[in-house]
Write a protein that binds this ligand. Structure first.
Ligand SMILES: Nc1ncnc2c1ncn2[C@@H]1O[C@H](COP(=O)(O)OP(=O)(O)OP(=O)(O)O)[C@@H](O)[C@H]1O
Ligand SMILES: [Mg+2]
Length: 466
């Protein structure tokens, strides 16, 4: 990250410096060239006025006057030649060029009628040269050549270059320091997250990321910690479930083993004893079978096999559940009545078998836990667009602090009593799971005259029919 920041900044700075230097040097050199052309043109016009090809000495004196006026206070070298490039005047006396041929490319182009410029580099630095023709009565009679050393421009550009390099170095330093700071702020929690993720992958859900402030990183840390909490709770549940299952399976197995041992050890047991023992064993096997069936139902619901939905008439479904438990309620002389208060719209889109199982388990409990001669009322209503099935009994009721726990797997209010009644403690867990799959809820509350009311709510369109 640090390297990326520095690279991006470096490339940007280099491009910026190259651009600044090139624009600046172009401007400075073209400004100097323009000024030289202006002077050369003035000299050319003035020289044309005094041009006298008859007497070169007179003309020389005139050029001296013009040049001294035009070039006073500058370091510009001025040369005037005729069209054969013979020097008529040279401001550089030391060169002693008067009367000699002075051949330069720019001068040649000027004599050909063009305004020309060029630049060359020597030991004394860069020199800009310009040349313009001298025209008299529309005829080119010579050329003016001006040359100026512009090393001061190079010096200025060099100074600016140095300043830019220092400025860029400072910026790189600041960017590097800021990048180190930012990457520390980002990477520190990141390292923490990676550590937690490694722990999770090894099955350790106890580690938590440190969360500081409200930044995006902190939000991410919170989400990770929440995930750890959930995984931990799930792991805990799984472990408890496995130990509960083993425990529940052990009890009937131990019963069967005891009955077998007793039979083996008994000396010459009579046919009646054998029959009695085998009957008890059969009961234990029934209990095992019921438990295994319940576990299979739960695991199918857990696997999220999906809903096999159809249009289900809810009153028909509830009626079928009541009919199937009629004999059980009759044995205890418990009356069951059905009150339908839901108008004409009685169909829900639901999985018939799963919903049947959910209602069955609740009604089975109502009969099972209500003492003999009790009464169970079943109502179907609608509330806020939800289909409601209420099952009210006048049994012992459920204490407030147990009202949510009874929906947990293997939870029984009075463990030994419930086990004697053949309860597995899975009935309500299955109901809850099945109803939740339909997007509904199951709750329990106290009935006004003692006992409990179980309320199943499911949306009318729990799912799209397939
Ligand atoms: N209507 C009720 N009145 C009083 N207690 C109830 C009622 N319904 C459920 N319970 C209590 O809630 C516990 C859990 O019920 P659940 O149906 O899950 O298990 P179970 O009835 O013991 O076993 P199973 O349903 O497998 O036969 C029961 O053991 C019982 O103690
Ligand atoms: Mg039950």
């Amino acid at each position: 990250m640090l390297a990326t920041y520095i690279c991006v900044t470096l490339v940007t700075l280099i491009l910026m410096c190259v651009y600044i230097i090139s624009v600046l040097s172009d401007n400075l050199y073209s400004d100097r060239t323009t000024r030289l052309f202006a002077k050369a043109n003035i000299i050319s016009m003035t020289a044309a006025n005094v041009w006298d090809s008859e007497d070169e000495n007179v003309m020389y004196q005139r050029f001296v006057d013009i040049m001294e006026r035009s070039l006073a206070g500058t370091s510009i070298r001025g040369v005037v030649t005729n069209t054969s490039y013979t020097v008529l005047y040279d401001s550089n006396n030391e060169a002693d060029m008067v009367g000699r041929v002075f051949m330069r490319d720019v001068l040649k182009r000027a004599v050909d009628g063009e305004q020309a410029e060029s630049m060359f580099e020597s030991d004394s630095g860069k020199t800009v040269t310009v040349s313009v023709p001298v025209e008299r009565n529309g005829v080119i009679v010579g050329g003016v050549y001006l040359a100026e050393n512009v090393s001061s421009i190079s010096d200025t550009i060099d100074t600016i270059k140095t300043s830019l390099i220092i400025f860029s170095a400072l910026i790189i330093l600041i960017v590097a320091m800021m990048s180190i700071g930012i990457s520390y702020i980002i990477m520190q929690p990141m390292a923490d997250f990676i550590e937690v993720a490694h722990a999770i992958s090894k099955g350790d859900f106890s580690k938590r990321a440190s969360v500081k402030g409200t930044s995006e990183m902190a939000q991410m840390g919170k989400a990770l910690n929440y995930m750890c909490d959930e995984l931990n709770a799930l792991d805990e549940k799984r472990k408890n479930f496995v130990s509960d299952v083993s425990h529940e399976l052990k009890t009937p197995m131990a019963g069967i083993k005891l009955l077998c041992d007793s039979l083996i050890e008994a000396e010459d047991p009579g046919m009646d004893t054998i029959r009695e023992f085998l009957g008890d064993m059969s009961e234990e096997i029934d209990r095992l079978t019921r438990l295994i069936n319940r576990l299979l139902t739960l695991s199918r619901l857990d696997a999220g096999a999906g809903l096999n939905v159809s249009n289900v008439d809810i009153t028909m479904l509830v009626g079928a559940v009541i009919r199937s438990l009629k004999q059980f309620s009759a044995e205890k002389n418990i009356s069951i009545d059905l009150d339908i208060k839901m108008g004409q719209e009685r169909e829900v889109t639901a999985d018939y078998d799963k919903l049947y199982e959910a209602v069955y388990n609740v009604l089975d409990n109502a009969i099972k836990y209500t003492p003999e001669n009790g009464a169970v009322h079943v109502r179907t209503t609608r509330d806020n667009g939800m289909c409601i099935i209420e099952i009210e009994d006048n049994g012992p009721g459920i204490p407030d602090d147990e009202k949510t726990k009874i929906f947990d797997r293997f939870y029984r209010l009075d463990d030994s009593r419930a086990r004697d009644t053949g309860g597995t403690g899975l009935g309500l867990a299955i109901s809850k799971e099945a109803v939740q799959l339909h997007g509904g809820t199951v709750e329990v509350k106290d009935a006004p005259e003692g006992g409990s009311i179980f309320r199943i709510s499911i949306p009318f369109a729990a799912a799209e029919p397939v």
